[in-house]
Design a protein around this ligand. Sequence first.
Ligand code: C2O
Length: 547
Amino acid sequence: AKTHHHKFVVQATPVKRLCKTHNSITVNGQYPGPTLEVNNGDTLVVKVTNKARYNVTIHWHGIRQMRTAWADGPEFVTQCPIRPGGSYTYRFTIQGQEGTLWWHAHSSWLRATVYGALIIRPKEGDSYPFPKPKRETPILLGEWWDTNPIDVVREATRTGAAPNVSDAYTINGQPGDLYNCSSKGTYTVPIDSGETNLLRVINAALNQPLFFKVANHKLRVVGADASYTKPFTTSVLMLGPGQTTDVLINGDQPSGRYYIAARAYASAPNAPFDNTTTTAILEYKSAPCAAKNCAASKPVMTSLPAFNDTATVTAFSNSFRSPNKVEVPTEVDENLFFTIGLGLNKCPPHFRARRCQGPNGTRFAASMNNVSFVLPSNISILQAYQQGIPGVFTADFPANPPLKFDYTGNVSRSLWQPVPGTKGYKLKYGSRVQVVLQGTSIFTPENHPIHLHGYDFYIIAEGFGNFNPKTDTAKFNLVDPPLRNTASVPVNGWAVIRFVADNPGAWLLHCHLDVHINWGLAMVFLVDNGVGELQTIEHPPADLPLC
Ligand code: C2O
């Protein structure tokens, strides 16, 4: 196994998109940021230097971080932010994961431009469980604002309203042909007639689940979230923010150019969303576009599902299986039930009305089990946990919602106001955990991409309506469920996940729609190392940023 050393310099860089240039925060001046390529078993050492004017941290999304919780990255959860002028070196080893992950900033909305692909190939000497593709192409789906995304979220926080939706989606940083001033940069993916390209599709958008399609070409899904899947063929993908999907695409169509396209899967009725379409071009190398007649030969267009096509999402999501029988815990030690959803909080009396521009003069909020998560501001939760410092968080996050109700029905207004808190739930090292993630229809039903740090989990069942512990357990797949790090919980429905708490640390569980983290849709699992309550975690590295 190798050790890879990288230097990330976080800095302001002029980036021109949609006819306008603005200073974006990038890594090493690149947008999207550098692609990291490693083999399973390798170690990454990434020195991050902050030359921007914002605090920053980097999270290695989906990396298990076995016993390296200090390298996980979420601001105020496993570290204090790297201040302007500061630096921090993340060190971790890839253990047993293969496929596509990514890295992104985990401070405010910096990940709008601070992100990149993290490709994990099989151990040296091992091969893919599918025929080796001729080419491999990372496809990062992103979201672009015509203004500074940090200002967008600050404004939303100030007013309590929903933030402005994005102005474009992007593929590898480029909006593509269908937007103004964008054709020149449109990303091109090469393919050869009769040969295969492995597309590593990553949804790096901030707030939008996305459909993804390639004109006239079938996609063969072989992996997701750096786990292999039992291969299946589809014409359309749906990825929630945070999720990745690896697909094989064959050059089996007449030579030419075909659009690759992505646009919103918007499951919340009446909520505004960016309804534009981003494109790249799949181009047969055997017939590259001759410069002269390029404009004349338009790529073949594709039609994406309607923005509210939940049936397509359900069929896609139900197709995922692990390739073999897996070791999903058959019994559980912790049987947890977490509600996930929005809320609306009253305008605090000292606020002027103009500062509460949510529905009917309220402020938007979100919660799990009615707790609206608040990050600490002067120490990380992991430091407080490791050093036994009181007063930073409480370990009383409820195992069940404070009140059961019809999660798909009309809900009493009293439930619309979650209670702010910095709450964790302690898991005994090695315990077998089940979490039912139940969407509420408070304010609006919506598909929430729920991401767990430090773990992969099996999604053993999903469904619509209220989870019924008497009948829905019959639907549990304990044979070959998919292993993921982010679950798209169906709109107006639920998902059940299982994992074994074998990794000590403080691990965030949150909705990967960034605005929902701002509103509090998060909690933290605290896992000891199996040898006692205090001093349960390895000591932090000497350069860990302090507040
Ligand atoms: Cu991809 Cu908490 O993050």
